[in-house]
Design a protein around this ligand. Structure first.
Ligand code: ATP
Ligand code: MG
Length: 449
């Protein structure tokens, strides 16, 4: 071995971070909280593949969007020549699946999804090449009520996650005909300001001028602020829909500001668009975006079916949770099983299963490199595990048909060790742990400050 050249390490793909065990409690808390809110509004989970035919996104998102133009991981399947893409978002795939399985045959559907998305962007804080979204899609609903319900549901998620300082921006981008009239005036306006347009804007001037309003280029801000506002082009129906959303939000006590320049990146949106934004994360401050996308189902060859949805960026929301200063940690187990000798090991396996049957989390000491199996080194591991109790099976214990139980978190009873008959261990430990829990009103999962 020593003669051999040491092999170079392989590292992960840039912009696709690993999520390590230290962050697992935070992710788990996030997932559980968000999923229970979704459930409480009657949303059902749908799991679509991470890979879709490229056409799903090319058609669904529009050819002239950031995502389709330059952010997609597209490739040809070498086995059969299929054009495939790692999903950059999930709405298009969900709509594809809804149509493929005729999910709305018996009425509208409230759906949610969660998972990885892939976009080839410049990695930075809050912007990755693999990231996670949780999103919801309500398919087959016509009125402003579902738009408002989704926003109310988001607010409940922020509340349940303990997040403050996320503000809501709202706009209506009207329907196709209204956007068409606005677009003509918008192009004329931008043509008058050619000198201020950056390269991106020039390229989009005739293909997707609306998107220019969404620019992050500060030198264009002033010019963009003076551009014709889509909201001034809305007809009676679009206005009534927009008013409807606002009315429900006001009544529900959800503050919002109307941002007339808010448009969404994807072509499929119409009428209501919204974003949840925080100032605590620098320039990557949008934590959730959504809106209505009535034309999309038809664009996929289905019959006209109105719809509305949103997607939130999980990494950005977790960043916010961490910024609150709270520590998210969890012990590895309730009980660590220490044992010495062959017959003790066999008994330890039996005992560990019994403890797990009783609902406890148990780590059984197993042989590992770098640490001897000595009693001392096992006790070190027990301590590090965060367990409340070490259950010890040594040769003496086995001979006597007992186990020794040591409280690890009990400072007052330092070195307090109790001997309990082998068959009474489970009851004893359960009593101790339940008793302690009742005493300090904490649960098995401790999120402590
Ligand atoms: P941005 O303007 O920041 O690029 P977007 O309009 O492309 O956002 P959406 O497609 O609406 O974003 O996605 C919804 C949410 O997903 C965003 O609000 C954001 O929180 C998150 N998100 C989008 N792209 C990324 C990324 N590359 N890395 C991490 N989170 C992302
Ligand atoms: Mg983007």
């Amino acid at each position: 071995m020593s003669e051999q050249k040491k092999l170079e390490k392989i590292v992960g793909v840039k912009g696709m971070p690993d999520i390590l065990p230290a962050d697992a409690p935070l992710w788990e808390l996030f997932d559980n909280t968000v999923q229970s809110v979704l459930k409480s509004y009657g949303f059902q989970q749908i799991r679509t593949p991470i890979v879709e035919p490229t056409a799903v996104f090319a058609r669904g998102l529009g050819e002239v969007t950031d995502i389709v133009e330059k952010e997609m991981y597209s490739f040809v399947d070498a086995m059969n020549g299929d054009n495939l893409t790692l999903r950059p978002e999930s709405t298009a795939g969900v709509v594809r699946a809804v149509l493929e399985h005729n999910l709305t045959y018996d009425g509208p559907k409230r759906l949610w999804y969660a998972g990885q998305m892939f976009r080839h962007e410049r990695p930075q804080r809050g912007r990755y090449r693999q990231f996670h979204q949780v999103g919801a899609e309500a398919i087959g609903f016509t009125g402003p009520d579902i738009d408002a319900e989704m926003i109310v549901m988001c607010q409940r998620m922020w509340d349940d996650l303990g997040l403050q300082n996320i503000r809501l921006e709202l706009n209506s981008i009207g329907d196709a005909e209204e956007r068409h009239r606005h677009r003509a005036d918008l192009i004329a306006y931008f043509e008058q300001h050619q000198d201020v347009l950056d390269a991106d804007a020039k390229r989009r001037l005739y293909s997707n001028p609306l998107r220019i309003l969404d620019t992050k280029n500060s030198t264009m801000q002033e010019m963009v602020n003076g551009a014709p506002k889509l909201i001034d082009y809305l007809g009676a129906e679009s206005l009534a829909h927009f008013e409807g959303v606002q009315g429900i939000l006001r009544h529900a006590g959800i503050p919002f500001t109307i941002n007339p320049r808010l448009v969404r990146g994807m072509d499929y949106y119409n009428r209501t668009v919204f974003e949840w934004i925080t100032d605590q994360l620098g320039s990557q401050g949008t934590v959730c975006g959504g809106g209505r996308y009535d034309p999309l189902v038809e664009m996929f060859g289905g019959k006209p079916t109105p719809a509305c949805g949103f997607a939130m960026g999980v990494e950005r929301l977790l960043d916010l949770m961490k910024a609150s200063g709270e520590q998210f940690a969890r012990n590895q187990c309730d009980v660590y099983l220490v044992h010495q000798g062959d017959s003790a090991q066999l008994q330890a396996f039996v005992l560990a299963e019994r403890l797990r049957d009783a609902g406890l989390d148990v780590v059984l000491h197993c042989a590992s490199a770098g640490s001897g199996g000595s009693f001392k080194s096992q006790m070190k591991r027990a301590d590090a595990s965060g367990a409340a109790y070490a259950v010890i099976l040594g040769e003496d214990e086995v001979a006597q048909g007992i186990a020794s139980i040591k409280a690890l978190r009990d400072a007052e009873h330092e070195n307090n060790q109790t001997k309990v008959a082998f068959d009474a261990v489970v009851d004893f430990v359960v009593d101790q742990i339940v008793g302690a829990d009742e005493h300090d009103h904490s649960e098995h999962i401790h999120y402590h400050h």
